[in-house]
Write a protein that binds this ligand. Structure first.
Ligand SMILES: Nc1ncnc2c1ncn2[C@@H]1O[C@H](COP(=O)(O)OP(=O)(O)OP(=O)(O)O)[C@@H](O)[C@H]1O
Ligand SMILES: [Mg+2]
Length: 218
């Protein structure tokens, strides 16, 4: 079953009268439970694509459908509601709230979150001991794992993760990938993950390679 479809997405950034084409007619479809890795050099458009597919930024051209709904045809308010219901997002720069504890950050998207599930996530990600700490008291890799837990807490059907293991050692990196793969298998979560580590995702269902804003393989 198809959960996401992007048709001919282009993105042109205009800044100080200079325009830059970050995406050129990119089309993608993602099935339920599919694990898709997005690869490409720095500046190739990976974060731009993820932001647009998740409805966080508008494309210059093209359409994005989530469960058949044209998300840029919705009001901002309706798009936010759809995002809250269907999407988890791990930002490249974490975007934790520094005035809130680890636990409050994680529960932010879902105050009614199931306690057992939150505990299980914290345990799997090996950050259980930091529940009451504040982000500034954690290392970069620990903050990254808090951001991963936050994105997963309300069981989103689609998870976008922008280099979610960029700051982790290889053992912890493996733990995160195995967690994501288990979620895809157990709950049918569709995962789109940007990474520079091709070895890590060699068993992904599919790899999308971006080069200069274009997909260079299927
Ligand atoms: N807000 C913005 N305004 C102007 N240009 C931007 C903006 N965001 C990104 N760009 C440009 O668009 C291109 C693609 O950027 P993007 O962040 O999508 O790359 P990336 O593949 O995620 O790179 P990295 O691996 O370094 O994270 C780059 O040339 C970048 O300079
Ligand atoms: Mg990026």
């Amino acid at each position: 079953m198809e959960v996401l479809r992007a048709e001919s997405i282009s993105k042109i950034y205009c800044q100080n009268a200079v325009s830059l084409q970050a995406l050129r007619s990119v089309s993608v479809t993602v099935q339920k439970g599919e694990f898709v890795a997005i690869l490409g050099r720095s500046g190739s458009g990976k974060s731009t694509l993820l932001n647009i597919l998740a409805g966080l930024d508008c494309p210059s051209e093209g359409k994005v459908y989530i469960d058949g709904t044209d998300i840029f045809n919705l009001s901002e308010e309706k798009r936010t509601l759809l995002r809250r219901e269907k999407i988890g997002f791990v930002f490249q720069s974490y975007e934790l709230l520094h005035s809130l504890s680890v636990m409050k950050n994680i529960r932010l998207p879902e105050l009614k979150a199931d306690d057992d599930y939150v505990k299980e996530l914290l345990g799997t990600l090996e950050i259980g001991q930091y529940e009451t700490c504040y982000p500034d008291q954690l290392s970069g890799g620990e903050q990254q794992r808090v951001a991963i837990a936050r994105a997963l807490v309300n069981h989103p059907p689609i998870l976008f993760a922008d280099e979610p293991t960029g700051n982790l050692d290889s053992k912890t990196e493996r733990i995160v990938i195995d967690l994501l793969k288990n979620l895809a298998a157990k709950y049918g979560t569709s995962i789109l993950m940007v990474t520079h580590n091709e070895e890590l995702v060699k068993d992904a269902d599919r790899m999308i390679r971006l080069e200069d804003g274009e997909i260079v393989n299927g």
